[in-house]
Design a protein around this ligand. Structure first.
Ligand code: PHE
Length: 455
């Protein structure tokens, strides 16, 4: 069998873009982005986010796709095939994808549960309470986590073009249509414009370095960067794709969806006089209460949670594919075995994360990052989003600059490109200088070092 047949390959450019944009568009856009906007001062956060997407998003995405397509391997083996001593630099990304999937699937389970409630029982009463009570339960959240993981497993079983690509080609366009319906509904509610003003008008008095760091972390998470996912997806590309073009299209779609999610959620929350600043409970706590008060709220609720489910699934399949492709390339496992093993392991870790939100494991604390201790769920979230992802980004920049080298990178990027890669100069400087500076600042901030200087 041909190597590419065994590993899989995208069937079309459209299919690849839907799959990669599907990986990027996820709970990060629909759940995290709107609440981060709410928590970090509205428009200032949005503005900073956009600037970082332009500088970091394009640069990193192009780098990851190029390495993947050039080596036709998962991140670890890709790095190793370029230089056998530096393969370890690719391990963190795969580990990070694996750990993220564990708790991402728990949140995916919450969505399945909400959808079930909306469809079967109509609108949920007293949402915030309902949410708190539900997530701290023992068996039910684990059951729904299993349902979400099973859906992920079934799609990834189908392989690259038959599973991931096919599912993304259906779910992504549907999601977009649904999101536009909800955004229009939200924007036509009474007083919606107050929410729009909060969302779009930057209030510079709210600016702080903390906001910049929050935006940077969110750009990474939202674009699925620093985790081997894009290297893996790039490795299934044929030679004739224009990489530079794709590296613009995918972040553009992701950003449009994040902005639309803000339009769908923030004006509606304002219109019903509720709080946008309360954090993670915004999607699960506040929003159902908003639907509750709307005419045809049940219908809008179903549409909304279905679109969130689709977004979650197109991301979770990419997270599973990262370790799966490593096992296929490296351990020579067949796809089915790899999928069952990794989905099974993620299910077990995720079950522990879910239990850590209730009485069973709620007292079990990990003291690595926080002297007060973190429960398993928060620990996994912190470890991946704040440590492993930026580390993956930093290592990518070092790897391209010092090991792969820009000559080889440029040669790969030019393959299949119609233009002569006119953004090459920008890309190189950004990868060599901007990316490491920004990421080192993130680390310093996290270690509390910067705050000693800038307060
Ligand atoms: N980008 C996804 C989201 O926004 C999450 C994700 C991160 C997916 C990393 C894959 C890899 O929800």
């Amino acid at each position: 069998m041909e190597q590419s047949e065994k590993r899989g390959q995208w069937g079309s450019r459209f299919g690849f873009i839907m799959a990669a944009a599907g990986s990027a568009v996820g709970l990060g856009n629909l759940w995290k982005f709107p609440y981060l906007v709410g928590k970090n001062g509205g428009g200032v956060f949005v503005l900073i986010y956009l600037v970082i997407v332009v500088f970091l998003g394009y640069t990193m995405m192009l780098g990851e796709l190029a390495i993947g397509r050039n080596t036709k391997l998962n991140q670890y083996n890709a790095y190793r095939s370029i230089n056998s001593k530096t393969g370890f630099m690719g391990v963190f990304g795969i580990l990070s994808a694996f750990l993220i999937l564990s708790f991402y699937s728990v949140v995916g389970g919450w969505i399945c549960k909400y959808l079930f409630e909306f469809v079967i029982r109509g609108i949920i009463p007293d949402s915030q309470n309902f949410f708190n009570l539900y997530v701290s339960g023992t068996w039910e959240p684990i059951l729904w986590h299993a349902v979400f993981m099973a859906l992920t497993l079934i799609i990834v079983f189908g392989g690259v073009s038959g599973g991931i690509e096919k599912a993304s080609k259906i779910m992504m366009p549907t999601l977009l249509v649904f999101l536009i319906i909800i955004a229009v509904r939200s924007l036509t509610l009474p007083n919606a414009m107050e929410g729009v003003a909060y969302y779009l008008k930057p209030d510079f008095s709210k600016f702080s370095f903390q906001v910049v760091v929050a935006a940077m972390g969110q750009v990474f998470f939202s674009l699925s960067m620093g985790m081997g996912v894009l290297v893996t997806y790039g490795s299934y590309l044929k030679g004739e794709e224009d990489l530079s073009n794709n590296a613009l299209t995918i972040p553009a779609i992701d950003t449009i969806v994040a902005l639309l999610a803000g339009f769908a959620i923030i004006p509606a929350v304002f219109s019903f006089g509720m709080e946008v600043t309360q954090g993670p409970g915004l999607l699960f706590g506040t929003l159902p209460a908003v639907f509750d008060q709307m005419p045809f709220g049940q219908l809008f609720g179903i549409i909304f949670f279905l679109l969130v489910l689709f977004a979650g699934l197109t991301s979770s399949i990419s997270l599973l594919e990262s370790p799966v492709s490593w096992a296929i390339d490296s351990l020579k496992w067949n796809r089915k075995t790899a999928v069952i093993v990794f989905a099974g392991l993620c299910f077990i870790i995720g079950a522990a994360a879910s239990l850590s939100m209730g009485p069973v494991l709620g007292d079990f604390k990990i003291y690595w990052f926080d002297p007060k201790g973190q429960v398993i769920f928060d620990f996994l979230d912190y470890l991946t989003a704040n440590i492993l992802m930026p580390l993956g980004g930093l290592l990518l920049s070092l790897f391209i600059t010092f090991i792969w080298g820009y000559d080889r990178a440029f040669a790969e990027i030019r393959k299949g490109s119609k233009s002569n890669f006119s953004m090459g100069g920008f890309w190189k400087i950004s990868m060599m200088v901007l990316v490491p500076i920004m990421l080192i600042l993130v680390f310093l901030q996290q270690m509390g070092i910067l705050s000693r200087f800038i307060g």
